[in-house]
Design a protein around this ligand. Structure first.
Ligand code: BGC
Length: 389
């Protein structure tokens, strides 16, 4: 007589809470029957030390894991996504983001690997803008221009952990940061939060919120460098990319938008149908470093991009409430950085899809507004959804 196995797996809920963080009561869990299950994987959220900053501040490494084995590691230094392990079509996990094994690499980097970028992601021309008749001068850290929030942007500050928990459906980490009035030249005290949520449906969601006490500009994004074949394994030229964007914003030599919104039609900028990233990259100088104007127009969560890597079968879809996305193909990686697991990062070894408002919007009245007034709440969401084919 055949033995009948009926394994009742009670999903264990891991809730870790650090001092000052709010503990949430997870939803009640029903016992589930999983006859074939070999391994009882659980949603979890954990915390460990990641070392000290140069000013001696302790920072942590948080790990969010889902029931399919997807694992995101995040540090509260720069609210950086340190690694993201995702299965290929055979179920083998690989870390698909560039970065460093230890905090030290992040303290020294100027590449923004995995970082939360703000107060204004991307460039502001001549590092200044006028708001309500007042001219604000920002830190110029990219020639005469301002890039990714300045000399000490949101990627180089310690974020305060607020929430860390997991239930049957998701594992979540929320962090906060208060950017003071005049920090890097911006007006207003800006209270921000970033929340990373890993869902049971293989999504990594990133939500931003911000409120100000003086009219200011805000544009927050995540600057992860992806290689869906596995970080450091080669270039990304064979990835197939689709962008839900009929238009883009052409730039000058300093990579500042000219203000024109141009059609991608009949040009190497066109990714409206799946195209390998490398097929026309030689026709765009050093590579892609452009903001695409999403057809959705922003507002509601909509599909912005899909990247497919044929050897591993990994697919990443990006949904966002933002009106734009910067496609950056790691043009300035030159082999001088050694990252995780001793991998050397060369030109085009990764691509970024930075969901955002358009670069230099504070100086471009025809671009969607990035102004935030006191009493308003800035909220945006970007979802990275993983699957295989
Ligand atoms: C920019 C690149 C820049 C890179 C820095 C990207 O968002 O578009 O021009 O070099 O960030 O890592």
């Amino acid at each position: 007589m055949k033995t009948r196995f009926l394994v009742n797996i009670v999903l264990v809920v891991t809730v870790v809470c650090m001092p000052g963080c709010k503990k949430k009561t997870p939803a009640p869990t029903e016992p589930q029957a999983k006859p074939e299950a070999k391994e009882a994987r659980v949603m979890s959220a954990n915390e460990e030390s990641f070392g000290k900053t140069s000013e001696g501040r302790e920072v942590n490494l948080y790990t969010l894991t889902n029931t399919n084995g997807l694992r995101a590691k995040i540090t509260n230094y720069g609210a950086i996504l340190v690694s993201l392990e995702v299965p290929d079509r055979d179920g083998n996990l690989a870390d698909i983001t560039l970065g460093f094994d230890a905090l030290d690499g992040y303290l020294k980097m100027d590449t923004y690997f995995g970082a939360t970028v703000g107060r204004y992601a991307n460039r502001i021309g001549k590092a200044k803008f006028v708001l309500d008749g007042v001219e604000y001068e920002l830190a110029a850290n990219n020639g005469e221009n301002h890039l990714h929030g300045g000399i000490k942007g949101f990627d180089k500050v310690v974020w305060k952990p607020e929430d860390l928990w997991a239930n049957d459906n998701e594992a979540l980490l929320k962090m906060s940061y208060i950017s003071e009035d005049d920090e890097e030249g911006y007006p207003g005290n800006l209270a921000c939060t970033v929340t990373y949520t890993l869902t049971k449906d293989d999504e990594l969601k990133i939500n931003y919120e911000a409120q100000t006490d003086k009219t200011t500009v805000v544009n927050l994004t995540n600057h992860s460098y992806f290689n869906l074949a596995g970080q450091g394994t080669g270039d990304i030229l064979g990835h197939e990319l689709t962008l839900n964007a009929d238009k883009y914003t052409p730039v000058d030599e300093g990579l500042i938008p000219t203000g024109e919104i141009r059609s991608v039609k009949d040009s190497p900028m066109d990714f409206t149908l799946p195209m390998s990233i490398g097929s026309r990259i030689k026709q765009v100088g050093d590579g892609y470093d452009h903001n695409y104007v999403l057809n959705s127009g922003g507002g509601a969560l909509a599909l912005a991009a899909r990247a497919y890597e044929p050897t591993s079968g990994r697919i990443m879809e990006i949904y966002t409430t933002e009106p734009g996305v910067q496609l950056y193909t790691g043009n300035f990686l030159d082999g001088s950085l050694t990252g995780k697991a001793g991998k050397v990062y060369k030109k085009h070894y990764a691509f970024c899809l930075e969901t955002q408002h358009f670069p230099d919007s504070p100086n471009k009245p025809n671009f969607p507004s990035v102004v935030l007034h006191p009493g308003q709440k800035y909220t945006t969401e970007t979802v990275h959804k993983f699957s295989t084919r």
